[in-house]
Design a protein around this ligand. Structure first.
Ligand SMILES: [Zn+2]
Length: 116
């Protein structure tokens, strides 16, 4: 399955939803991880949520990310009920209410959360 979201260059977070049991999840897979039903619904996320963890990356994972350090990564509980990892504005803190924007970093479009 291919979802039109930031991983395919679209400025959007997408949540998958099961029409059978109502489960929602983030990582793309063509079946419900709870009940196994096929063909989940794609739901465009509003991109709003609350920060539950933060870290600052000082050692880049590859040469293309090295010019960007230090940068902030966060875990965000989206209002749609899933947890996502993404970039964030410097200084973003646990408990902050945030919204997703999208920026090109290291040659790819990535979600970047900023305080709402
Ligand atoms: Zn299900």
């Amino acid at each position: 399955m291919t979802v039109a979201d930031w991983t395919t260059g679209e400025p959007q977070l997408v949540v998958l939803s099961c029409g059978g049991c109502g489960n929602v999840w983030y990582f793309q897979r063509p079946f419900c991880p709870r009940c196994g039903r096929l063909d989940p619904d794609e739901v465009a996320s509003a991109g709003r949520g609350r920060v539950v963890a933060t870290t600052v990356v000082h050692r880049a994972p590859s040469d293309e990310w090295r010019p960007l350090v230090p940068y902030t990564l966060v875990l965000v509980d989206l209002d749609e009920g899933v947890r996502v990892m993404a970039h964030a504005a410097s200084g973003t803190a646990i408990g902050d209410t945030v919204g997703a924007t999208f920026e090109e970093r290291a040659g790819r479009l990535v979600p970047v959360f900023t305080p709402a």
